[in-house]
Design a protein around this ligand. Structure first.
Ligand SMILES: Cc1cc2nc3c(=O)[nH]c(=O)nc-3n(C[C@H](O)[C@H](O)[C@H](O)COP(=O)(O)OP(=O)(O)OC[C@H]3O[C@@H](n4cnc5c(N)ncnc54)[C@H](O)[C@@H]3O)c2cc1C
Length: 348
């Protein structure tokens, strides 16, 4: 397995930011992954597991140890109790797999079309969009446990999925390498048209949309928001949404309503948010003065989405962190809410 040195990480991320990895290798099989881990352990090197690089802010100094890109491929399909069960290698591109499932006329992940990154990255933050989350269809996750080197199959319950979290990015962070994810989809199932944007897109149609039409609609809506990686669109040089929608206690929510009322603003609410008393982070950011297109520097806010910090060209991780802190501070001052970043900070 080739082990490279001083490999620039910026081109391996959607943000196009960050310094080099001291060592870099790709694991195409479980044995190659094990070999890379042995190399890191022997040299007492810190290990970072890379997927598609779409949820990362890599430090300007890069990563001082080994970056191991998971490149395990393959999609196996079988039928179990009326479900189409897909076991997918962690290194497969997520959106290609969604396309494959839709082509096989299987529902359950069609609204997650157009999300960049790898299959192995999806359980980590329980990827979600347009009314679906992978936790609804993940049956199990095959992992390599770095504590004892064993391969284990974790059932969905064991993954502790919640909004943008799982054990992989909270209690067991750094313990597991995802090798394969198994999704249980519904053959011939109807698409989930629950989200306002999607309902609007299909309003007035007499026939319900197909899975393929739903996938296409989601991709179109995402492109309009700079949330689809599109060649030549500077608004998608980002890590997607930069902040999570805060989940508030009843008390905090009333405090927010009070502050909003003092400015004659209604706090936006729609079912997907209200269910968990989530507040739109984009609304908080926009109403703290950070409008779409904000900033004249190298890092700014997307002209299509208030929640995406974008690299306008030569931005550094330091520029991004400075803007992040400016936004967090202002939102806290105005709304009394601390915004938590969604991307993973690497090498800080
Ligand atoms: C334009 C754009 C739009 C986006 N839209 C959405 C959206 O709608 N919804 C959403 O939820 N996210 C969205 N994202 C964020 C991102 O695409 C997802 O979080 C994605 O699942 C990250 O996967 P990745 O393979 O790129 O992971 P990476 O960015 O490479 O890594 C992210 C984290 O996962 C870990 N990781 C990755 N692979 C593995 C593995 N095999 N084993 C163990 N750990 C691993 C890494 O160590 C790191 O901690 C968007 C990003 C962009 C750039």
């Amino acid at each position: 397995m080739p082990m490279e040195q001083n490999v620039p990480l910026a081109p391996l991320t959607t943000f196009h930011i960050g310094g080099p990895a001291r060592y870099f290798s790709e694991g195409k099989t479980v044995e190659e992954v094990r070999e890379a881990i042995r190399f890191a352990q022997a040299g007492q090197l810190p290990l970072f597991v890379l997927g598609g690089g779409s949820n990362l802010v890599v430090a300007d100094a890069g990563w001082p140890g080994l970056v191991l890109k998971i490149a395990i491929h393959g999609i196996e399909e079988q039928t179990e109790k009326g479900k189409a069960v897909f076991a997918v290698g962690a290194g497969e591109e997520w959106d290609s797999f969604v396309g494959h499932a839709v082509q096989r006329n299987c529902s359950g992940i069609e609204c997650l079309s157009g999300i960049p990154g790898s299959v192995g990255g999806t359980p980590v933050q329980n990827v979600g969009a347009y009314g679906q989350e992978v936790s609804e269809t993940i049956a199990s996750v095959l992992v390599l446990d770095l504590r004892d080197g064993q391969v284990r199959e974790l059932c969905a319950e064991a993954c502790g999925f919640r909004y943008r979290t799982s054990i992989f990015n909270t209690t067991q962070r750094g313990r597991y390498i995802v090798l394969q994810v198994t999704y249980g989809l519904t053959p011939g199932g109807a698409p989930a048209i629950a989200y306002a944007d999607l309902k609007k897109h299909f309003a007035g149609r007499s026939m319900p949309p197909t899975l393929a039409e739903t996938r296409e609609a989601v991709r179109q809506i995402r492109a309009g928001k700079g949330m689809l990686i599109t060649e030549g669109d500077p608004d998608c040089r980002s890590a997607g949404s930069f902040f999570k929608n805060p989940v508030l206690s009843a008390e905090k929510f009333h405090e927010l309503e009070r502050r909003a009322a003092a400015k004659s603003l209604p706090v936006p609410s729609y079912p997907a948010l209200a269910e968990q008393r989530k507040v739109s982070a984009a609304w908080l950011v926009e109403h703290a003065g950070f409008h779409k297109g904000y900033g004249s520097g190298r890092a700014g806010i997307s002209s299509k989405h208030a929640l995406a910090i974008v690299n306008r060209g030569q931005a550094t991780a330091t520029d991004v962190v400075a803007l992040k802190e400016q936004i967090q501070q202002r939102v806290e001052e105005i709304w009394g809410i601390h915004l938590e970043p969604e991307p993973v900070f690497v090498g800080f």
